[in-house]
Design a protein around this ligand. Structure first.
Ligand SMILES: [Zn+2]
Ligand SMILES: [Zn+2]
Length: 248
């Protein structure tokens, strides 16, 4: 499985980082986790896109920094079947179909149902689902309005936009890579994102192979990020950047 960080930033795109979007080539299918502005980097990985007739998108939640890149996708995937999986009514949202249709209808955009060769929009629940032979597990997280962790087989656990939850780290022990939300050094009140101190505490309790910190605070400049990287002092934790490629 190849995992590429198309957008490792949180909330606001910066010169260095687009917002949440991760491209995965499982060898059997193409999966995109969240469609933030990082989706604009997709043509840099045309080779992967050209290999597949279907694009699978999985949403962690519907905050706009994770969603807005969906309006770029038709530039490269109009002739493909697009399957979209997102949290629905069972998980406290409107159905994924309603959320997307409401957001993308005129005058904001063109009707999403009229764009692709074929479009399927499916609500997921805590039972998870399959894409081909790959098992997708869903974990409840704590975040404003709700968000969900996504595990791909025994390879990747994606936990963006959440405070540190025991269940996340427990599940991530079975994966080769954990991509985890990171917003501040110390816990902040009323924020519902994660801090380095909180993540390190969890990693003391749970045996996670490798942790990449994602959804990086857009207010940090490169100098701050370099200082933070040095302060981490742990080989198994790193601050993710856009266009990193992991072979899991
Ligand atoms: Zn976010
Ligand atoms: Zn969010």
């Amino acid at each position: 499985m190849k995992v590429i960080t198309l957008g490792s930033g949180g909330w606001i795109p910066t010169n260095k980082r687009h917002t949440a979007c991760y491209l995965i080539d499982t060898g059997e299918s193409l999966i995109i986790l969240d469609t933030g502005t990082g989706l604009s980097r997709l043509p840099d990985y045309k080779g992967i896109l050209e290999k597949y007739n279907e694009v699978n998108i999985i949403y962690s939640h519907y905050h706009l920094d994770h969603l807005m890149g969906i309006v770029y996708l038709s530039n490269w995937a109009k002739n493909k079947k697009v399957n979209i999986f997102g949290p629905g009514r069972e998980l406290g949202f409107q159905s994924c179909k309603t959320v997307l249709s409401d957001l993308l209808k005129p005058p904001y955009f063109v009707d999403i149902n009229s764009i692709y060769k074929e479009l399927e929009i499916v609500d997921y629940n805590l039972q998870g689902f399959q894409i081909g032979n790959l098992k997708i597990s869903i974990t409840k997280q704590i975040h404003k309005g709700g968000s969900f962790g996504i595990t791909l087989g025994n390879k990747l656990h994606y936990a963006t936009d959440t405070i540190e939850c025991e269940e996340t780290f427990k599940k991530a022990q079975r994966a080769k890579l954990l991509l985890h939300d990171f917003w501040s050094l110390e816990p902040e009140d009323n924020n519902e994102h994660s801090s380095l101190a909180g993540i390190k505490n969890m990693l003391k309790k749970f045996d996670v192979v490798r942790t990449g910190l994602i959804h990086i605070n857009p207010n940090w400049n490169q100098e701050t990020i370099e200082k933070l990287s040095q302060a981490i002092l742990d080989e198994s934790i790193f601050i993710a950047e856009d266009n990193m490629i992991f072979n899991l």
